[in-house]
Ligand binder design. Structure first.
Ligand SMILES: *[C@@H]1O[C@H](CO)[C@@H](O)[C@H](O)[C@H]1NC(C)=O
Ligand SMILES: *[C@@H]1O[C@H](CO)[C@@H](O)[C@H](O)[C@H]1NC(C)=O
Ligand SMILES: [Fe+2]
Length: 434
């Protein structure tokens, strides 16, 4: 069975077609499968931009709660250089400037370049901005578009990608995503798979940053960490968790009153997006638990009818791979997902595609004996899309046959298009690409 590379979710409130999006149809695209080995470091796909100390690995993410700011990040290899972003609404006319910060880190025998993070805020909605980083001959120029204002009727198209890695399958996922018209990526964790290397860990983080720049420099990727970001390596003398990830990838966590970049929320167009960390404490009374409890209270379905949750390890999973790993988070949070009628929960981790019916298991506790999930109209739909193409390959072995798994839909044979979710809005296009 071929794996699903990515999902495209278009939130529409009126019957309209976004160019290039065939509403309500499962795509016929079939991804060619390449060997599950990483692209060689000397490949052109990892090319270092020309010029002394030229900025590389450029990526942007949402910089505030409501989409009027971006954080621009990049790496300069030789020296820190200026941490400035010049920007404006006209090409080559950069009449505004933001100042950022620089950081660097070591990991085992690797010494990072200078990693810059710069908040560009006070932007207007629905506007194309051009920006420039670096100086002199080494300067580089890019652009991005801000989302529409927070509005229940705002249409927007998100791509959902997880477990990407840096093989030719990863590249294929990326190239295909670029053709879809997706405006922002909701990334469900496991970025570079650099942790599979010892000496080359940092080098593979750098190569991944250059590989994905073709997308990440031009549209926000909403980051979420997976197990490959933990990088707890006492054998290498590296005992602080998420070290490379936290130095390289920023999230606007303070804007949603979170105490950690690992979990946070953003609102974009008509969606409220909650990002949870499968690998940070989340049981009752932990910071993530308190934060989520309060964040759910801030959700305003009048303004953002779509309520979407991202996590790495799926709460419902019938694959042999990572079976039951999401159960502890289910026990902690499912009650709230049902109470607040979350529309969609996206996860990665399992390198396969799977989508649940609207089910819950909130009545199960250690004494109740009600151990099976039951249909629940208030429950979310759970979608796993963890087969971005990393070098571990696909997970195609399920615990039980499809016909014996009443909680899961027959993936590719069905499409939830035009399903009305809790938002009360029709999904005119959820597309699946494999
Ligand atoms: C960061 O860069 C500075 C300036 O080059 C250097 O002195 C310092 O050792 C670096 N720190 C780490 C943790 O690599
Ligand atoms: C667990 O299930 C039992 C039996 O259904 C019920 O009486 C009890 O209230 C439940 N406990 C919790 C904490 O939900
Ligand atoms: Fe994973």
């Amino acid at each position: 069975m071929k794996g699903w590379g990515l999902l495209l979710l278009s939130l529409h409130v009126i019957s309209c077609l976004v160019s290039g999006v065939a509403s309500g149809h499962t795509s016929s695209y079939v991804r060619t499968e390449f060997p599950s080995t990483d692209i060689p470091l000397e490949s052109e796909w990892f090319a270092i931009p020309k010029g002394y100390n030229a900025p590389q690995q450029v990526h942007i993410t949402q910089g505030d709660y409501d989409g009027k700011a971006v954080i621009v990040s990049w790496v300069t290899p030789e020296e820190p250089g200026p941490s400035e972003v010049f920007y404006g609404k006209k090409e080559k006319q950069y009449d505004q400037k933001s100042e950022g910060t620089t950081t660097n880190y070591t990991f085992y025998d690797y010494k990072s370049g200078y990693i810059h993070h710069c908040l560009v805020d006070g932007l207007e909605y629905n506007t194309k901005y051009y920006y420039k980083i670096g100086s002199g001959d080494s300067a580089r120029e890019f652009w991005f578009e801000t989302p529409p204002a927070i509005d229940p009727d705002a249409s927007y198209t998100f791509g959902i990608i997880g477990d990407l890695g840096q093989t030719f399958n990863s590249l294929s996922t990326l190239q295909h995503y670029e053709k879809t018209g997706g405006q922002t990526v909701l990334f469900v964790g496991d970025l570079s798979y650099a942790d599979r290397y010892k000496h080359d860990d940092g080098i593979r983080w750098d190569s991944w940053g250059r590989l994905v720049e073709r997308s990440t420099a031009y549209q926000p990727w909403i980051w979420n960490a997976g197990n490959h970001e933990i990088e707890y390596r006492p054998d290498l003398g590296e005992t602080s968790t998420f070290k490379p990830y936290l130095h390289r990838y920023m999230t606007p966590y303070l804007a949603s009153k979170s105490s950690s970049p690992m979990w946070y929320a953003v609102r974009r167009a008509s969606a409220h997006i909650i990002v949870l960390s499968s690998y940070s404490p989340f049981v009752k009374y932990t910071p993530q638990w308190w934060w989520l409890k309060n964040e759910f209270k801030r959700v305003d379905r009048e303004k953002t009818p779509w309520l979407i949750v991202l996590m790495h390890s799926p709460m419902y999973n019938s694959n042999e791979a990572h079976y039951m790993e999401g159960e502890s988070m289910r026990a902690a949070f499912e009650k709230w997902f049902v109470k607040y009628k979350v529309d969609l929960v996206f996860a990665g981790h399992v390198h396969a595609y799977e989508r649940s019916y609207r089910i819950s298991n909130v009545n199960y506790n250690i004494t109740s004996g009600n151990r099976y999930p039951v249909p629940d109209k208030s429950a979310p739909v759970y979608i796993t899309v963890g087969d971005g193409g990393n070098q571990e390959g696909l997970a195609s072995s399920h615990k039980v046959w499809w016909c014996l798994r009443p909680w899961f839909e027959l993936s590719s044979l069905m499409t939830p298009s035009r399903t009305t979710l809790h938002s009360g809005r029709p999904v005119t296009a959820i597309q699946f690409y494999n």
